[in-house]
Design a binder for this molecule. Structure first.
Ligand SMILES: *[C@@H]1O[C@H](CO)[C@@H](O)[C@H](O)[C@H]1NC(C)=O
Ligand SMILES: *[C@@H]1O[C@H](CO)[C@@H](O)[C@H](O)[C@H]1NC(C)=O
Length: 236
């Protein structure tokens, strides 16, 4: 049922930007992955999340697990993060291979302001994220492969202001996003990610200010349900 308006949406998008297409209510009886409960403990303020130490944080100063410094070997052995995983302001990190053991994150995944980060495929063993995943302001990230096991994001998936990002080739298994799917300000992004398994977005889809973007088709091949709005603006 969604496909008719989706098709309409894309032909409109190709010609001109448009706002706020709202689909009707669709049948619920899909076999979608259950939404996990978020375990995030981040206290958000207008300055960011820094009021409480996150469960696991990687930054220029090293890796801290519940506030304690850990070695690379210990980092590699972590399989589950119950609350939040933060990779931020790391000036040296070029990849996330030390996180390759991770299979689940109960809270948020925040990957932001990492100057040299080029490869985030180290997160490919994560199957479930309970909270939101924000990937933002990573100026060296040009491609986004990986996330091969990820099936469900409990809250939102946000890919914002990664100014070198040209393509997103990961997320082959992602079937459900519990809130919004947001792509904003990735100025070199040429096409929306190929998401062959994405069937439901329980919030809105927002694709805004990605000025080089010219196709969304791959993102919606399996999409059956969007509960909120579908907003596309300023694509080419
Ligand atoms: C963070 O939020 C939790 C839950 O709302 C609260 O219990 C805690 O005191 C807050 N911590 C800080 C440092 O604000
Ligand atoms: C959320 O936290 C609870 C309690 O710590 C834990 O049992 C559960 O596995 C966590 N969820 C995820 C998805 O990690």
């Amino acid at each position: 049922m969604a496909s008719a308006w989706l098709l309409l949406a894309f032909s409109l998008a190709a010609a001109q930007s448009f706002d706020q297409l709202t689909p009707g209510v669709l049948e619920p009886a899909l076999e979608l992955p259950q939404l996990p409960k978020t375990n995030s403990t981040l206290n958000l303020t207008c300055f960011g999340w820094r009021l409480l130490a996150p469960e696991l944080i990687l930054t220029s100063g090293g890796a801290l697990h519940f506030g304690e410094r850990i070695t690379e070997e210990e980092l590699l052995s972590i399989r589950h993060v119950s609350a939040d995983l933060i990779v931020t302001d790391d000036w040296f990190l070029t990849n996330l291979d030390l996180l390759a053991g991770l299979e689940s994150v109960g809270g948020n995944v925040e990957i932001r302001w990492n100057e040299r980060l080029r490869d985030i495929s180290g997160l490919s063993n994560i199957r479930v994220i309970g909270g939101t995943m924000n990937i933002m302001f990573n100026p060296s990230l040009s491609d986004m492969p990986g996330f091969t096991q990820l099936e469900v994001v409990g809250r939102s998936l946000k890919i914002l202001h990664n100014t070198a990002l040209v393509s997103i080739t990961g997320f082959p298994a992602l079937a459900r996003i519990g809130r919004d799917f947001t792509l904003i300000g990735n100025e070199k992004l040429l096409s929306a990610p190929r998401m062959p398994s994405l069937r439901a977005v329980d919030g809105s889809i927002e694709v805004v200010y990605n000025r080089a973007l010219h196709s969304l088709d791959d993102m919606v091949v399996a999409l059956e349900r969007v509960e909120g709005n579908f907003i596309i603006k300023d694509a080419s």
